[in-house]
Write a protein that binds this ligand. Structure first.
Ligand code: ARG
Length: 369
């Protein structure tokens, strides 16, 4: 439906009723919200033609207008402008009925969003990625694209050693786990205050990474509970993510040695303080010194960045995507610039995929932090 044409019809009738003449209502979009959504500015020209006061004509047009179905309020302003405030219900229905110009070429688009870290409860910061990402998904699907949701949850890393040991030692009936936040805090407190516990936690990370079955089983239990909490939040928000969209960091574990080997084969690796790093000329820090992307620590451990490189490869090779969009806050902008550049230099992008970070701002407390 063309709103302007509809208003033009209705107000043409009202002008004719009010003046006995066929006159143009001169419908325009309002310049400011306080002037409503549209304006009918025909009263001034009508007044000239009819030798009458424009405000009088405007008042009569308002009285004659039959717009109850679409307007919440009409008001006469200034010399004889008629401000039209549309009803929200009418506007939302008009939007729902509006035809969408679908994309001429459908693309396969990966949208990486929400992606909370499973060690803790999903935190308010992740709501931004969740909601912005889901809005992007819906828009792209409405445009006819083939969208693949990827919930790149953080389910791997050193803090899991601590959580697993705490879960293990707190006994089978760990009702506390229902409240992840409390559980996390309690285990962290123990980790910081008890040296022997901290050592057991570190050993547990090694066991987890080595795939030791009992440790894996405890970890799995923890992840399951954490993911079901996330799903409750998604359902409550009406967000379209499901369990099938989870592609966790741990899913890339087996690919990480291959990622590092490929970087080496491309002659992109430099050993710096025992760590495996990629230095690209375009990345320098504030001091002008080159800023490496570290892909393997001196102890052999892999990092967030290594997993993201593996994820790029997977999105190109397995998902066959034309585009990948990443919804995180702006503090990760540098990380993604490095990932995208290193992935291109290493040939992981297949010269095909467009990698795009879609950053948003930080959520600050009253103290500005
Ligand atoms: N888990 C990360 C965080 O909370 C976000 C992951 C975003 N996606 C990605 N592929 N790095 O900061």
């Amino acid at each position: 439906m063309n709103l302007r044409a509809l208003l033009n019809d209705r107000f043409s009738q009202a002008f004719e009723k009010a003046t006995g003449e066929a006159l143009s209502p001169q419908i325009q979009l309002s310049g400011k919200p306080e002037f409503g959504d549209y304006q009918a500015n025909g009263a001034m020209a009508a007044a000239k033609a009819l030798q009458r006061k424009p405000r009088d004509i405007a008042e009569q047009v308002v009285a004659a207008a039959e717009v109850d179905d679409l307007a919440a309020k009409l008001e006469v302003a200034g010399p004889g402008f008629i401000n039209v405030h549309l009803k929200p219900e009418f506007l939302s229905q008009a939007l729902a009925d509006a035809p969408i110009a679908t994309a001429t070429e459908a693309q396969r688009v990966v949208v990486d969003y929400s992606s909370p870290n499973l060690a803790k409860d999903m935190h308010v910061g992740h709501l931004r990625s969740t909601i912005i990402g889901d809005a992007i998904v819906r828009i792209l699907e409405a445009l006819g694209h083939d969208v693949i949701r990827q919930n790149h949850v953080g389910d791997w890393g050193t803090q899991f050693g601590m959580l697993i040991v705490y879960l293990d030692e707190s006994g089978e009936d760990s009702r506390e786990l229902a409240d992840l936040e409390t559980f996390y805090r309690a285990s962290k407190q123990r980790f910081d205050s008890d040296k022997a516990f901290a050592e057991r936690a570190r050993q547990r990370v090694v066991a987890l990474q080595a795939g030791e079955p009992e440790t894996r089983a405890l970890w799995q239990r923890f992840i399951e509970i954490s993911l079901s909490h996330c799903q409750e939040t998604y359902d409550r928000l009406g967000v379209t993510l499901t369990r099938d969209d989870v592609m966790a960091e741990s899913a890339y574990n087996d690919d990480l040695p291959g990622v590092v080997a490929d970087l080496k084969a491309r002659d992109l690796l430099t050993t710096s303080d025992g760590a495996q790093c990629v230095f690209l000329d375009e990345f320098t820090g504030k001091d002008g010194k080159p800023q490496p992307l570290i892909v393997q620590k001196s102890d052999g451990g892999y990092l967030y960045a290594t997993t993201d490189l593996a994820a790029v490869r997977y999105r190109v090779r397995t998902l066959d995507a034309d585009r990948a969009l990443y919804s995180t806050d702006a503090r990760q902008a540098f990380h993604f610039r490095q990932i995208f550049a290193v992935a291109a230099a290493a040939g992981f992008t297949g010269n095909r995929i467009s990698l795009e970070h879609q950053p948003f701002g930080a959520m600050l407390g009253r103290d500005g932090k």
